[in-house]
Design a protein around this ligand. Sequence first.
Ligand code: LRH
Ligand code: MN
Ligand code: MN
Length: 392
Amino acid sequence: MPTPAVLPDQVARDLREFSIEVPSWAYGNSGTRFKVFGTPGTPRDPFEKIADAAQTHAVTGLAPRVSLHYPWDRVEDVDALRAHAEDLGVRIGMINSNTFQDDEYKWGSLTAGDKTVRRRAIDHHLECLDVMRATGSKELKIWLADGTNYAGQDSIRARQDRLAESLAEVYQGLADDERLVLEYKFFEPAFYHTDVPDWGTSLLHCLALGEKALVVLDTGHHAPGTNIEFIVAQLLRQNRLGAFDFNSRNYADDDLIVGLADPFQLFRILFEIVQQDAHRPASGVNFMLDQCHNIESKIQGQIRSVLNVQETLAKALLVDREALADAQERNDVLEANGILMDAFWTDVRPALAAFREEQGLPADPFEAFRASGYEEKVAAERVGGNQMGWGA
Ligand code: LRH
Ligand code: MN
Ligand code: MN
């Protein structure tokens, strides 16, 4: 496919409607268990995180929502936070519950054998629903650190039963237009078994709960070699793909910038998405980032991330699906594969630059942000107070 100067109309229409949700925690300092590096200008409170997230949206037009993590992003005046976001042209997206940093959850949260602990974990989720209502959010995102480190440590079966009961109580609290999404992860922090290790377990719980429960697929939460696009196709088939947590992984849950470790994998995932029209807002799939920027500039890292997703989606939309279907029907393996590869290798950057300019956005959002002086300005202004970190 020759490099297109402009995007085909339908591709441009689809891209105009497409949006990505960014995580508040990506704008705070983060690191590994070895070291967290501080960066001048890092936000000191959720208001400053939202201000930084709004920069990502301002230059790309792609990221109008910010996910909050609760209680990391707890503020006295939720109305003020909501108004602050809206003043800056963004709004608050999903509320992520958090039962993974308190001592009381050492033996589990929604799965805990101790009734009092389980009660607290359920109440925390119900409180998240209140936060959703105050922020204007419609989605509760649940990821649990629950699990065990050693065989025999606890009963896998009993924990599943307790989980099902706890989730049912949280689900009961949802209003008709609200939903919960359940994220899975096959390891960490538990290293023998986790209570929601895979998409099958998450899906089974969601099916038992009802239509307002859907699965979250974090691209970093699978064993090496897992065919993630297969999972995407399968969950879409069941109408149960609620959201993505996009990031890149090389080894474990690396939370690196999406599309950098394996751009072709991102393309394959997004091609499954476009084949089922799930990139359109009507599908209800929330395309989120879940990343940490340990050594690079955080805002620049976020801008690069949303652009990577947009660029890869454009390529996935360029696949000649009619020709592909024809090649598939004739079992022409290499022609079919060649059609996909052709779209993957197409350089859509010039057409995307033109597309952005048409919308009054900078042709190169990344460079525009670097030249804006915002980072220098906040580094000078944000003195005193404590910088927020992952987990604060
Ligand atoms: C767990 C996870 C989950 C958390 C986030 C901070 O690894 O992906 O989504 O909320 O990291
Ligand atoms: Mn995640
Ligand atoms: Mn993760």
